[in-house]
Design a protein around this ligand. Structure first.
Ligand SMILES: [Zn+2]
Length: 124
């Protein structure tokens, strides 16, 4: 099996190591992939904890959990990435079983050697 994030490695050898803190994501893109996988497996704590402190206060775990669990996560496509931005498409099935594409350009920041998700802008 390949990882939810699209890597050919198994989840246990890929994003799972980032979720449990064994591996610190070396780049914004790797964190983005791990966050997508966290939606797929419902790891709400990881999603919450990887929000940058400047935007984390606007988040709550219940909303994250609803968004993660009411949808079925199908695949992730990275369109482009730079040091601090990642543009991606996340394919998912909503609660009506319709396939939706979440196309976002996200901003990331490094803080004391760790990468965090700051915010994102939906793209058409
Ligand atoms: Zn992965």
């Amino acid at each position: 099996m390949t990882c939810y994030c699209g890597n050919s490695k198994d989840f246990n050898a890929c994003c799972s190591l980032i979720h449990d803190g064994t591996v610190s994501p070396p780049s914004a893109e790797v964190l983005m992939r791990a966050r997508y996988s966290a939606f797929a497996v419902g790891n709400i704590d990881f999603l919450y904890d990887t929000f940058h402190p400047s935007t984390r206060r606007y988040q709550n775990k219940k909303d994250i959990k609803n968004w993660a669990t009411e949808n079925k996560w199908l695949k992730l496509e990275i369109m482009a990435s730079t040091l601090q931005t990642v543009e991606f498409k996340a394919y998912f099935k909503d609660h009506n079983d319709n396939v939706q594409i979440h196309h976002e350009k996200s901003n990331f920041k490094e803080l004391q050697g760790r990468w965090y998700y700051v915010d994102g802008r939906l793209t058409k």
